[in-house]
Design a protein around this ligand. Structure first.
Ligand code: GUN
Ligand code: ZN
Length: 435
């Protein structure tokens, strides 16, 4: 039976950075087709009259947004969120990598997979590009849990062969072999796709990066993701490891790993030549603002990225990031640009609520090549949605009741909403119910 979703729908089908803005459907309706797409949308009264027998999914109160798209999150790090006071390389050594080593135990990894998938869903994330584990069994566990719950994920084996602790190292041959086997099991299966993931150049030899390129060539449609220009000590170290590289990005570009299916996390300390090269390649950058603040990595130059034509989306970067909520990442992205200064002479990019929603939805979809499928609530797109409906009497509830406009309501959602306000999440019209 067809279903009609009723509520106030907000999305950004046109880019607010280039003259577009917020689309508002107050007391609107979305008609769900059997294939999970939106078959029709518009005014509730009109759609109800046209579909009098449809089952009604009543989402009145609060707002309905497109499912959020997280373009950078680490599956093995959910249990170490919240470590404070360390810069990147210390945090990796003392906090993140000891936990990642525990995923050698597949039973442990299965528990972590349940934690991360339920955390993503609870935060309203419906699509994610996910750094997997260094262990193939753990990567299988993650894909299996995401598939069971119905999340859209692009993920894969993380590989390193130097500088990190021994038990997380692989070899180029093994990386290729395990990557091919994992991609064979998961790439293109229902909502899952495979990503090739060298951890970062700092932990990879040229031979390993070449194996990554080989894997990309052998898995048509695979995605590529890694880290880039996050921390100044990291960047200096990469310079000493790759003496022939012109800059950090070049360490990947030398192996043909910078293209339209590449997503680089952070790029806080980007240089002009790197920004031009990213734009020319059609590659994307995952901006991870809570992580950048927590690790003291720096203030993200969003304006420089956009001025060069680089595509930017948002990532939670759990576990350096402080949670799964892309609403919080949007707010933090706004704070960072304010701190950079948006007045005369300031380097910051002035952001309003529609920009934040775009970064958390349509921009993420574009970075993942899914712009025709997710990120907006348009006819023909998948019905991936998050219902933000705060508890009665909460501060967000009060704020929404006093919002001056839908855009004002959206700003209040970014300022105040968290997982406790996520009342329901749908992917392809199916309500997700994590364990
Ligand atoms: N660079 C290499 N590995 C990591 C990681 O796990 N988190 C972050 N933020 N940066 C990294
Ligand atoms: Zn990361």
């Amino acid at each position: 039976m067809s279903r009609l979703f009723r509520g106030t729908f907000l999305d950004t089908p046109t880019d607010p950075f280039t003259g577009g803005g917020l689309r508002v459907e107050s007391d609107g309706a979305l008609l769900a087709a059997d294939d999970g797409t939106v078959a029709d949308r518009g005014d509730w009264a009109r759609l109800r009259a046209a579909h009098p027998d449809a089952e009604v999914v009543d989402l009145r109160g609060g707002v309905v947004l497109p499912g959020l798209v997280d373009t950078h999150v680490h599956f093995p790090q959910v249990r170490v969120i919240g470590a404070l006071g360390m810069p990147l390389l210390d945090w990796l050594e003392h906090c993140a990598l000891p936990e990642e080593a525990r995923l050698v135990d597949t039973t442990y990894a299965e528990g972590v997979a349940r934690d991360v998938v339920s955390g993503l869903v609870a935060a309203g994330t419906t699509t994610a590009l996910v750094f997997g584990s260094h262990f193939a069994g753990a990567v299988d566990a993650f894909f299996a849990e995401a598939d069971r719950v119905g999340l859209r994920v692009t993920s894969g084996l993380v590989v390193s062969d130097r500088t990190v602790r021994e038990d997380l190292r692989t070899t180029p041959g093994r990386a290729l072999e395990e990557g091919l086997a994992l991609a064979g099991r998961w790439h293109g299966l229902r909502r899952s796709r495979y990503a090739v993931i060298p951890r970062f150049s700092l932990s990879c030899s040229d031979a390993l990066l070449a194996a990554c390129a080989d894997l990309m060539a052998q898995v048509p449609g695979a995605w590529f993701t890694s880290h880039l220009n996050e921390n100044v000590v990291e960047i200096d170290t990469v310079r000493t490891l790759f003496v022939d590289a012109e800059h950090y990005l070049d360490t990947y570009a030398a192996h043909g790993l910078v293209g339209p299916r590449s997503v680089f996390a952070h790029n806080v300390h980007a240089t002009g030549p790197e920004l031009w090269a990213l734009a020319a390649a059609g590659a994307s950058v995952a901006h991870c603002p809570t992580s950048n603040a927590a690790l003291g990595s720096g203030l993200f130059p969003l304006r420089a990225h956009l001025d060069h034509g680089v595509r930017v989306a948002l990532g939670s970067d759990v576990g350096a990031g402080t949670g799964f909520s892309l609403l919080k990442e949007g707010l933090q992205a706004y704070f960072v640009q304010q701190l950079l200064g948006t007045g005369p002479g300031g380097a910051g990019m002035p952001l309003a609520a529609p920009h934040l929603l775009h970064l958390a939805t349509t921009a993420g979809a574009a970075a993942l090549g899914l712009e025709d499928e997710v990120g907006q609530l348009s006819v023909g797109h998948q019905l991936d949605a998050v219902w933000v409906r705060p508890p009665d009497g909460s501060t967000l509830d009060v704020a929404l009741r006093h919002a001056a406009s839908p855009e004002d309501a959206l700003a209040k959602v970014f300022a105040l909403a968290g997982p406790a306000d996520v009342a329901g999440v749908w992917v392809g019209g199916d309500r997700l119910t994590p364990a």
